[in-house]
Design a protein around this ligand. Sequence first.
Ligand code: G6P
Length: 617
Amino acid sequence: MCGIVGYVGSQKATPILIDGLLALEYRGYDSAGIATIENSTLKVLKDKGRVNNLYNLDGINELEGTVGIAHTRWATHGQPSKLNSHPHMDNSNQFAVVHNGIIENYADLKKFLETNNYKFFSETDTEVIPNLIHYYYTNGPVSILSDSKERFLGAVKSAIYDLKGSYAIEVISTICPNEIIAVRKDSPLVIGKGDGENYIASDIPAILKYTKDFYLLDDNEFAVINKDSIKFFDNTLIEHNKAVKNIAWDANAASKDGYEDFMLKEIYEQPTAVRETIGSRFYLGKKCSFDDIHITKEYLQSVNKIFIIACGTAMHAGLAGKYMIEHLCKISTEVDAASEFRYRNPIVDEHTLCIYISQSGETADTIAALKLAKSKGAKTLAISNVIGSSITREADYTIYTHAGPEIAVASTKAYTSQVVLIAILSMYFAEILESTSYAEIEELKASMVDLPSKIEQILDDSSKIKDFAQMVYTEKDMFFLGRGIDYTVALESSLKLKEISYIHSEAYASGELKHGPIALIENGVTVIGIITNPQLVEKSVSNVQEVISRGAKTLIITNQILPSSNFDYVFNIPNTHPLLSPILSIIPMQLFAYYISKFKGLDVDKPRNLAKSVTVE
Ligand code: G6P
């Protein structure tokens, strides 16, 4: 969703800001804008459309300012337009603001400001912020302060105090032309520390090429950023120190590195992502362990229910996790969409463990669902890919996938890393609880160690999937079938296809086919069957036969010997432990969605209407 970049230093800010916005394009947006300060004047250039359009705007090359803020907007209040784009200024043109998130009480604030003669030019919630800052700067208790820096910070603090909702905000002002004030609540913001220059971003990849030293701003914490200093204040404006974090991501990890698209690169990075996520968390013959968490047998024995809560692809990883936890730990496990969980008064208490999966760690619904479970006394465990992300700061325990930055909107390497990590977590719990035999866990570990080379094998065979994609890319509907853990892969495969090819698709548990969906099968419809469970081969094949006899075109993804051969295409994947099969069977399905999108000439990395990180409800 929306992206934020900021720069303060000695260089011209504009190229750095636009470069940062380009790196954030993957988050999804519809407008872009930039503001710098020059000769005590705020200059704002913005419009709807792509970030690169900024280069076509009159005056962009004349922006010489060395302090600036920039934004990509994903419309919530008001359609994409020049007027609604950020930055927004106050009526006196002294304050410029960019904002991610939603101000829930903006209508009341707007009314209040209007009665004080402020005028509004956009339909956004954001425009109240610079005007409120101006209001407090001129009318608030701080207006008597003689120190303009203190007065500016005090006015921002007073304005923030009035806001309800979520926000990551940057403010610049002609009053203090050499600084940026940043503050956040429930929306991420990081500050990159440079040498004689500093950076701000809503997302680390935007500034990763300039620095690897980051401060992760906390909720209700203010930062005042100059080129030579970064000061932090709490919500009463008491200054405090903050530790810098070194983020070990490689700057190249956020570039395409010779690949045509980020998604393809990320699909091919999966062997590495899986290897890194396994790391030193287990060795054959040795128990699983996590550096970051230690969970006792006593606590696990007290848990009678596990919830896995997430959104989108992360929820599909959670569904695979349910099979693993129930099989290995014998604890009843339920998976829920965060947006459902948070509003259905779930039965959660101190005997419930809630596991939250979020690549970004910033998904609004997932964070809210975590806070809800905590308030009901449950312990919470976060699985995230982003160090220090919001979810990791709220959870009782956190474990990280090591997938590296994922840029393409359609998640690939984050998913496989999440499934791997839940598998390790399930083994870790099972070893503590002694709920599965040593032999089975060792077999799982051995299978897991082999996964990266097996993924490589599948990737080497990608041309076969490309051929099938070419046969069917013009179709309007497709169906994915699977039983047991294969059904979770069918769901994820269907989501992948929808997201980037805009083809309508449905995933069904194979046994449910007869209860309705089979009515949709007619001559030529494409049905993809995922068959990896040795115990369910016969039943799954029978379900595929039912669609073949009604004229469907079929592709089977399997690691089993099938009892019939009348399928249009069979793609064989290497064998593995049945619980780990999603990590292999999803790879051809990711490639399938990718190639279909390419054949259709679509933007694979930035599909329409979607955002990488959904930071609003
Ligand atoms: C968005 C993305 C999906 C992602 C989901 C959850 O919808 O487009 O790819 O799976 O959010 O994101 P999270 O960062 O919480 O894993």
